[in-house]
Design a protein around this ligand. Sequence first.
Ligand code: ASP
Ligand code: MG
Length: 589
Amino acid sequence: MALIVQKYGGTSVGSAERIQAVAKRVVETVKAGNDLVVVVSAMGKTTDGLVKLAHELSSQPSRREMDMLLSTGEQVTIALLSIAIQELGQPAISLTGAQAGIETEAEHTRARILEISPDRVERHLKEGKVVVVAGFQGVSATGDRDITTLGRGGSDTSAVALAAALKASACEIYTDVPGILTTDPRIVPEAKLLTEITSDEMLELASLGATVLHPRAVEIAKNYGVPLVVRSSWTDEPGTWVISPTTRSRSLTNLEVSNSVDAVEFAIDQAKIALLQVPDRAGIAGQLFGALARERVDVDLIVQSIHEGNTNDIAFTVDKHAASRAQAVAEAISPVLHDNFAPTHDSILVADDIAKVSIVGAGTIGRPGVAAQMFKTLAEAGINIQMISTSEIKVSCTIPAADCERATAALCNQFEVSVSTNDHTQPVNAPAVRGVALDLDRARLAILQVPDRPGMAAEIFGILATHNISMDAIIQSQRTRVINGVATRDIACTIAQGDAADAKRFLDAATTRLGCGAVVVDESISKVSIVGAGMVSNPGVAAQMFTALADAGINIQMISTSEIKISCVVARDRGTEAVKIIHRAFGLS
Ligand code: ASP
Ligand code: MG
């Protein structure tokens, strides 16, 4: 007999009829010989309605009272669903989060789960009952044991956490879409349903998948190896499986608040090649990486950012043994890229004495302090960061090779983890590109003329982290510019548009102290990303993406990559077109 956790979202329980349909599916699952725990959301848009009511009374309602209020939505659903299930002759019992043993931090409106004591749930299962649990809520483990909520969309998290605690054989998320698609179907109607996706890919696609499956739920599934499937509650289609690596057994205490960093990785024998001051126009990156792919040069990190004078620096890393080939390609193509004008400075920089250190962990999502802490740790060790590249689940820095051992030791010590060997085990046949995502809510933030010395990234991103502002695609310019005798670089990153004004204000207040130049915000951007575990062993993927954009005359303003993701910043009004083109270019339609 298998134990299954099913979760039904708001639209799936939006009316008495829908609740009845859910009850039928529940009873069928039991009849098929399973034990069943059902987690539900509030009906339809109930939570939104409650938020609105509170805001009619106060512009800043107390967070404790908001939890008291919002948690009622799910309590309505558990009772109604239990009644509907009982009506079909199947014993059932409803439990609040507290009754189900879900203990959280005392952080109202955004509590993380600390521990689940599933005894009561297990007792009712033994009695032959379906246990219906209120999603999105728990009880604070300390103090007055008040009701807490996990943050909007938190029922997914409740369901997967319960599945982990009960060691369920699967967690099924029922929603109003058929599963995870290759891209947003509102942009590309031919988007295809994925039969499976890895949890890492899912996390990297957070912006694509977050509305379907909460990233915190994916993080728990990944950490505890919970088999997870997303499917429609309207049909019997199989949906999309989210595949997690089988993990070493992990303690269930501090379920959501244990280390946000899982491991430190490093790669020595890396070389960095940078092309400076290439013109800012469509096609440059496509030509460069196309030429590298034709020579079978496997490129690892790529960063590009625009700077003063409207020219770009493009930098990439390769294995040291490929450095001379990469350099030859770069030298051959440089005059073409530079319109046959020899640039004023050296146009190509080669450094073959660099290393890459990374921190890895699903817990870095939405926790800006983690990246800032990494920069701070390196700064305190006196290590200067050359390139920074961030993705949802990883932050990588290139540093001088001579500092690699010290950097790794300092980071392991700081995050209390060990070094993991850089094995990118990927599912067999993982496609190079699994999905394409568009982020329209990003703004580009640039801090100009940042003194080139250890600690500056830590200072800057520390300021943003203190105010809980998350940044991604952090890029430092490759060229340095001497201002009043000090070598400086520009640093740019993308952040949520809603944070842009605040970020600028906080940084403006610090530029004099830090000796930096102006802080510039550009809101007219969008970020287009491709994700695929199979791109690791496929040298031509980046070139294919850049060329597709170039063929459509779309200029790439920023590039940043991780092993399984490539992101390009393009003009906001070209974003949807870019997604369509790329989706087609990789044969996903
Ligand atoms: N009802 C909560 C919300 O709307 C939790 C959830 O549906 O997952 O955010
Ligand atoms: Mg939801």
